[in-house]
Design a protein around this ligand. Sequence first.
Ligand code: R5P
Length: 313
Amino acid sequence: MHSYTVFSLSNSLSLTDSISHLLRKRVGKLYATKFSDGEVYTRFDESIRGETIVLIAQINLPYTNLFELFVTIDAARRASAKEIICVLPYLPHSRQERKDDTRSSISARLIADFIEHAGADRIITIDMHSTSIEGFYNIPIVHIFMNNDFVRHIHTHLNPENICLCSPDFGGLKRIKQYKTILNCDMAVIHKERLRPNQVSSMEIIGEVKDKDIVIIDDMIDTGGTLCKAADLLLQQGARSVHAYCTHGVLSSNAVQRIESSGIQKLVVTDTIPHEKLGKNMELISCAPVLASAIDRLMRNKSIQQFNQTGLP
Ligand code: R5P
């Protein structure tokens, strides 16, 4: 078992508290503040020389969170930490992992370069938008999934015999196939076209959804446009109910109200991004247990793949 200390960025105190409680570890002293113009400043208030540190960092927007990560990794490197493991439950810019138009950026790659150049040695993340992002990093990525928690929730709330899994786009097909192997149920996919970011122009369902309880699985929900439009279409085509499981609840703009007034019976999200308040048809499953197990297994040199498949501690 490696010895290590857990630290938290200022945006991740609650998640870090849950993780450290599960790991029975204390949280190390990391001071974070801002200059009056907003410039971020962090400082380790205990020695980390020669140590492995686990930095819990929810780096959702605003960009201050991401910048706090960069300066903290830099501070840890300059304070001679032996190994810097960054727990980044949600990776911003993941939707920009390829050039989908001429003269645009591949900013997921840019984020990877920044994190790596700052000095991170390893990353633990959950339900990446696309596994190709892993190739942007030269350092090891521990990719863990919410599958087991979501499947457990689906099993306790829905009749498995009437479920039809649905991916809201072709990019998510691989994801729902993983669920299908456990749930052994029907599946459908939606052909989605976009005009511009966050704006879906057209949707077409491929698969039989009539009288089915639809379970939409997606890596993230941002404005809710994709999900609400998909739910409308599924209900129009005779689906009995629509439930959705989206790991990263970005929930920007008026997403919460939009989902509340949609035909979606239940939306389950996690706390990879902190939430102050969720809508009345939403539920939260914490990612703290999977993260704590992944950290623990990593430190004990135990297989992560086995944990991903079975969810066993
Ligand atoms: C797209 O590829 C993603 O998996 C999500 O479906 C999408 O980003 C959700 O965005 P929004 O909620 O704004 O439609």
